[in-house]
Design a protein around this ligand. Structure first.
Ligand code: PSU
Ligand code: MN
Length: 287
């Protein structure tokens, strides 16, 4: 059911990449180019990219460029709960961070890069929406590099829940948890690391203790310091249109991309690629 490409199977250093951000996190066509650029960055750092998604009834680990183009807005958004149905029904499935981590656990992949992980939605428990990314991170021995937690969520509550779940959160050369589009102003991180090598040492120690996932939070190089009012507008519009569940994150991201005149789009693109590169650096020093 899980088909790992030859290149990924033989590589000493592998970085998993997800397909939800390709299919649902960027405007049509743009997601694929973000995916390809992330793969290039991983290779430049000396690792092999393993982009993960569901195609033709198989969970694929490592996709060709042609295969990547099948992950468009028509693909299902596939979290951990959706993998089995997607495989059995032979649908095209774009895996979220949580869905990708579930595959990493089965395939033994220890490093992953993404933009921002999901978490506790603002206003919890109305709606009672907490991303499956968190539970999967707790169970999977993998280090995920992100620009923190997506700031359309309740970031402090998500950090608390990560503590409850025993997930280490490391700030990469920062004392503050980055806020996805914004480098500063987040809650304090429980630990800070100065290098990929140091992050790798923390991960190794955590895994020797039988621990699961870790989050390595890398601040975006281009920090947008004025997006919060736009985020609030986007969330209000989602509420007004009754957008719920899996549809919320894609709706809000595309609202921001349009209403910011493409500034959030450029920032999102850069941070996804940079995070993939850092995940590769950690994978390489760990190999
Ligand atoms: N990072 C991005 N863009 C995205 C995502 C991450 O820059 O679209 C995706 C990831 O796949 C993550 C998902 O798992 O958003 C979270 O969705 P939800 O809030 O429905 O769990
Ligand atoms: Mn959700």
């Amino acid at each position: 059911m899980i088909v790992v490409s030859d290149e990924v199977r033989e590589a000493p250093a592998v970085v998993a990449l997800e397909t939800t951000l390709i299919a649902h996190g960027f405007p049509a066509g743009e997601g694929v180019s973000v995916g390809l650029e992330s793969e290039r960055r991983v290779r430049e750092a000396g690792a092999v990219p393993a982009t993960i998604g569901v195609l033709n009834g198989e969970i694929r680990v490592g996709l060709t460029e042609d295969e990547l183009t099948r992950f468009d807005a028509g693909a299902r958004k596939v979290g951990p709960r959706d993998l089995a149905a997607c495989v059995a029904q032979r649908a095209v499935g774009a895996t979220t961070v949580g869905g990708t981590l579930a595959v990493c656990r089965a395939a033994g992949i220890r490093f992953m890069g993404t933009g921002g992980i999901g978490g506790v939605h603002r206003g919890f428990p109305h709606p009672p929406d907490v991303s499956a990314d968190l539970g999967e991170l707790a169970r999977t021995p993998a280090l995920v590099v992100s620009a923190g937690i997506k700031s359309l969520l309740d970031v402090p509550a998500t950090l608390e829940l990560l503590e409850t779940l025993g997930v280490p959160v490391l700030g990469f050369r920062t004392d503050e948890l980055p806020l996805f589009y914004t480098a500063h102003g987040g809650p304090a991180v429980p630990a800070r690391v100065e290098s990929a090598e140091e992050a790798a040492r923390v991960a190794r120690a955590h895994w020797e203790l039988g621990g699961g996932g870790l989050l390595l939070a890398r601040p975006p190089d281009r920090s947008l310091d004025d997006v919060e009012p736009l985020i609030e507008e986007a969330l209000a519009e989602a509420e007004r249109r009754n957008v719920r569940g899996q549809a919320v994150t894609p709706f809000v991201l595309s609202f921001l991309h349009e209403r910011s005149g493409g500034r959030t789009l450029a920032a999102n693109r850069e941070l996804v690629v940079a995070n993939a590169g850092l995940a590769a650096d950690v994978a390489v020093v760990s190999s």
